[in-house]
Design a protein around this ligand. Structure first.
Ligand code: FO1
Length: 324
């Protein structure tokens, strides 16, 4: 079976690691290929280096090298270089880049300088993390640079800042007016992205941030049409548990785009292509056009790896049901 997923960082990565576990545990599905289309709107240039947080979180989590407690960054990392930069008064210091993690950003930046595309670079990085051996193909959503910016309200008036400055530097506390996907309208889907959606047997939306992760991928020209047009069922997992977002400031993002911070509100953002929607039991039982809304039999929380695998299995079963 060919499964295609759209993903942001931590929630997407944990869910997809669970999905790979669930597939591997089922002899009938173990040979399935998983294509992951990653959000690159979070990408940022810091200290002259190109950082691609969601791609790296997917690489490290699926490759077994992530910082589990934090969710992002490398395991057992140190911050010697950040300390040296701080001593020189070089910032920003609000974004913690570990020494091992910096190796990835240096490699990516060198390769970009040599003319390699993000798709080629992601493939090289994925090779090191053993993703092809797990039948996982990781693709950036686009090879064109896209950056999510946030128009915030300052005392002196509106100001556009990078998403990471708002999300990490300002903890999403500064009132936001809107998000802008800078470069998104001119971006082309990366090679293989639209085909992976059109030719999939099943498309899955993990519980990633619906606005700044999935929403940005949906803004890449052609992606939304491919989802509407694919013969495969499109199944999503709600990022809301009991009326609250699983992690991060997803509710703030939903409010900014005028959507309800509820399982129904998020599904509404996907209504034109969503066939199945797995929701927390406390959020369950609402009607949504032709979308089959299914309450999960436990809280949607991915508290550990087996819990993520169980949740992924339920999404898989919903997709298999919809194929019949
Ligand atoms: N998130 C934070 O909250 N603080 C950080 O200092 C931070 C550093 C960081 C470095 C590399 C990386 O790949 C991710 C990092 N993140 C950090 C996570 C990231 O900013 C966001 O959670 C995602 O971009 C949202 O999808």
């Amino acid at each position: 079976m060919q499964i295609t997923a759209l993903a942001g960082g931590i929630g997407g990565a944990r869910f997809l690691r669970g999905l790979r576990d669930a597939l591997d545990a089922d002899p009938a599905l173990a040979q399935s290929d998983l294509t992951v289309i990653a959000n690159t709107g979070d990408d940022i240039t810091l200290f002259g280096l190109r950082v691609s947080p969601d791609v790296d979180t997917l690489l490290y989590t699926l490759g077994g090298g992530n910082n589990e407690a934090q969710g992002w960054g490398r395991d057992q990392d140190s911050y010697t270089i950040m300390g040296e930069l701080s001593a020189y008064g070089v910032g920003p210091q609000w974004f913690g880049l570990g020494d091992k993690d910096l190796g990835t950003h240096i490699a990516r930046s060198l390769w970009l300088g040599e003319g390699a595309t993000p798709t080629q670079i992601t493939a090289r990085l994925a090779q090191r993390w053993g993703l092809p051996d797990q039948h996982i193909r990781l693709l950036p959503m686009s090879d064109s640079p896209v950056e999510t910016h946030v128009v915030v309200t300052r005392e002196h008036g509106p100001e556009a800042i990078h998403f990471q400055q708002w999300w990490v530097g300002e903890r999403a506390q500064t009132p936001a007016e809107r998000f802008i996907g800078v470069g998104l309208d001119r971006a082309a889907a990366a090679p293989g992205v639209l085909e992976a959606i059109r030719e999939a047997d099943l498309v899955i939306l993990p519980p990633s941030n619906p606005v700044v992760s999935i929403g940005i991928i949906l803004g890449v020209p052609g992606v939304r049409d491919a989802l509407r047009g694919t013969a495969a069922p499109v199944v999503g997992v709600s990022p809301i548990i009991g009326g609250k977002p699983v992690r991060g400031h997803a509710d703030t993002c939903l409010t900014v785009v005028g959507a309800d911070a509820s399982a129904k509100g998020v599904a509404g953002l996907y209504a034109d292509f969503l066939d199945g929607w797995l929701v927390d039991p406390d959020d369950g039982a609402f009607a949504l056009g032709s979308t089959r809304v299914v309450p999960y039999d436990a809280p949607l929380l991915m508290s550990d790896r087996p819990a993520a695998a169980r949740l992924a299995r339920a999404a898989l079963d919903l997709g298999l049901d919809l194929r019949e």
